[in-house]
Each structure stands twice: as structure tokens, then as C-alpha cells.
Design a protein around this ligand. Structure first.
Ligand code: NAD
Length: 331
């Protein structure tokens, strides 16, 4: 019999891609999000699509009713510009995970997945651009990103203790900067790859090739393509890995290098103005993939240039369409 699966946050970027993938796999999917359906990134006609506020216990009870597995990707989040200015809102997502865990336990759900983040890693391990990649143990002693990172670390531990004390099988992945077509590209919640794609697309269209950059451009990150994220999420869910595990690319670049790649895909040279007061997050971050390679024999493998080529093409279409007053949202 086909598995019945809940994707919480199915109206979002990663949740939407996961719903699509799970329905293709033959699962019966219930996709839940608090946004009105016409604001969902994708609406899969093969899924049961429900609008519910999962901060509420009764919504969580309804959402998990009759499901075999739960993927919790519902969260109030965005790029650095959002999380540095909305710490309380980010922390309120603790209600979603807490009520989903509690409902899943009572409904005797078989497996529960939690989407955590590289923002759980301790600040003092991320002070230089050429840092050692972050391994799972580097989350402790704890000093995560204020607001968002603390909520993620606390929720990881809730999952762990629900496993230990109540025998709920939980799996937790720490996502590292996920990007791709259909991602948030404007509006204040976008992250670096799609924000850079948008700025370069605007430069191409306007002919003014100056773009603004948050920070000095020397901060480092790795970026994970959406297809790798979805495959990794399903693989971790099905695995026997009981501890939080990195799900991220280990191809580290500076933000300046990210801009160079997008500009070369677009076929232009850009000049940059650096806004040193803008939110910029930690100085360096990369994913140590020793554990995922050891336990799953796999790691995200999409090269940044390939993922950005697809992402830039999609973002360019969005920018061009919005300047014409239309909407373009096909992949
Ligand atoms: P997203 O904002 O596109 O998706 C999150 C979805 O959750 C949104 O559609 C939002 O409406 C929904 N949501 C928020 N509050 C809700 C509520 N009360 N009830 C129901 N739904 C609610 O973000 P995303 O990029 O798809 O991220 C998915 C998950 O992955 C999140 O938990 C996020 O913290 C985590 N994550 C993402 C990244 C990344 O780079 N995108 C990195 C690390 C971790």
C-alpha cells in the first residue's frame, strides 16, 4: 500500500519540491501550509492541499491524522536580512515543531523528519572565511545564530528527546543554503544565490551593470541545489541515522566568486558597491560531509555553476515578467 505522508510547509520552496518528488514516487501526500493556496510556490494536483496554521495544536492534530510519516519543513524564515531583523518571529516556529511532534506521538506516526539548519553552528567556529568545514559536533558548546538558530537547535533536541523518551523515530538534517528554480527571489526573504541572480538579471535588463553587495564579498558559504536537498531529505528520512546530519554541498565560494559565476552565466561583467552595514551573517561556513558519506555513501554533488545556470534562467524570467507586469513561474 502507498505510504501516506504529511509535508508541513508544502507551500514553500523546499516543501513544494518535496511534495512533487514524493507524489512522483507514488506516495499519498498531504501538503499543509498557512499561506493562502494562491501564494504557494507549487500546488501539486496529486496531493491533498490544506491551509492550516501549524502553530496551533488542533491544526497539527488534523494534519497528522492518518499519516504514516511527517516531514516538518514549516517555518517562518528567510535570508540574513529577514532572520537578523525578525528574531522573535523565527523563534515562534518552535510552536510548529512542538505541536507537530506532540501530535505525531499521539497519532503513532512511523517516522518524523525535521528540517534544521547550518545556523545551529556555534558562532566561534565561523569567524574566518577559510574555516574548516563544520562537522556535526561543532554545534556544541552552543552559540548558534540568534533567534532562528536557537529555535532550530532547541527543536533538534525536542526531536531527539521524543525519540529517546517516547520512541518516536525522528530524523534531522541540517540544510546548508538551499537554492534553485522556484526559490524565493524577491520580497525580503530571499537568500544570496537568488538575490544575486535577481541583481544580475536587473543589470542585464537595465544596462546598468553596477550591483550592491551585502558585506565586503569575502564571506564564504556553500550552496546546495534543490534536487540534492530533496534527494538527501528522503534518503535521510529512510536511513538509520539517528543524529542530526549535515545536508549541504562542500563546494565553498566567497560571495564575490558567487557573483563572478552568475555574471559569467549572464554574459556580463559587473561592478560592485559594498554595503558594509548590511546583514551578512557569519564570516565563513562550509559543510563537512564526512558523516553523510560514511553513513549514506552519498553527498550533494550538483556543481554550483550548473545549479546557478538553471536558477539564473528562472530568476531572469521572473524579473523580466515582473517588469512587464506579468508573472512567470514555470521551471
Ligand atoms: P519557505 O519559507 O519557502 O517554506 C517554509 C514554509 O512554511 C512557507 O511556505 C511558510 O508559509 C510555511 N509556514 C510558516 N509558518 C507556518 C505555519 N504556522 N503553519 C504552516 N505553515 C507555515 O522556506 P524553505 O526554504 O522551503 O525552507 C524549508 C525548511 O528548511 C525550513 O524549516 C527552513 O528553516 C529549513 N532550511 C532552509 C534553508 C534554505 O536555504 N532554504 C536552509 C536551512 C534550513
Amino acid at each position: 500500500m502507498a505510504k501516506t505522508v504529511l509535508v508541513a510547509g508544502g507551500g514553500g520552496f523546499i516543501g513544494g519540491a518535496l511534495v512533487d518528488s514524493l507524489t512522483r514516487d507514488g506516495a499519498k501526500v498531504r501538503s499543509v501550509d498557512c499561506k493562502p493556496i494562491d501564494e504557494w510556490y507549487r500546488v501539486d494536483q496529486d496531493a491533498e492541499n490544506l491551509v492550516l496554521d501549524l502553530r496551533l495544536l488542533e491544526s497539527c492534530r488534523a494534519a497528522v491524522d492518518g499519516v504514516d510519516e511527517v516531514y516538518n519543513l514549516a517555518c517562518d524564515m528567510g535570508g540574513m536580512g529577514f532572520i537578523e531583523n525578525n528574531r522573535a518571529l523565527c523563534m515562534l516556529s518552535v510552536l510548529i515543531n512542538t505541536h507537530l511532534l506532540e501530535s505525531s506521538r499521539h497519532a503513532q506516526v512511523g517516522r518524523y523528519f525535521y528540517a534544521s539548519s547550518a545556523c545551529v553552528y556555534a558562532a566561534d567556529k565561523q569567524l574566518v572565511p577559510d574555516l574548516a568545514p563544520l562537522k556535526e559536533a561543532d554545534a556544541y558548546p552552543a552559540m548558534p545564530e540568534d533567534g532562528y538558530g536557537w529555535e532550530k537547535l532547541f527543536s533538534e533536541r525536542m526531536c531527539r528527546h521524543f525519540s529517546e523518551d517516547f520512541n518516536l523515530v525522528t530524523r534531522t538534517a541540517r540544510y546548508h543554503n538551499v537554492y534553485g528554480p522556484l526559490g524565493t527571489w524577491t520580497g525580503g526573504r530571499e537568500k544570496a544565490p537568488s538575490a544575486i541572480c535577481r541583481k544580475v538579471a536587473e543589470a542585464v535588463i537595465s544596462g546598468d551593470h553596477v550591483i550592491d553587495v551585502w558585506g565586503d564579498g569575502q564571506q564564504t558559504r556553500s550552496f546546495t541545489y534543490i534536487d540534492d536537498c530533496v534527494l538527501g531529505t528522503k534518503t535521510i528520512m529512510a536511513s538509520d541515522v539517528e543524529v542530526p546530519i549535515n545536508l549541504g554541498s562542500s563546494e565553498m565560494v566567497t560571495i564575490n566568486e558567487l557573483i563572478d559565476i552568475v555574471a559569467s552565466i549572464a554574459g556580463i561583467e559587473v561592478r560592485r558597491t559594498y554595503d558594509l552595514d548590511a546583514p551578512k551573517g557569519v564570516r565563513g561556513r562550509n559543510s563537512d560531509n564526512t558523516l553523510i558519506l560514511e553513513r549514506l555513501g552519498w553527498e550533494p554533488s550538483t556543481m554550483l555553476r550548473d545549479g546557478l545556470t538553471a536558477t539564473y534562467a528562472w530568476v531572469y524570467d521572473q524579473v523580466a515578467a515582473s517588469q512587464r507586469g506579468a508573472t512567470a513561474s514555470t521551471v
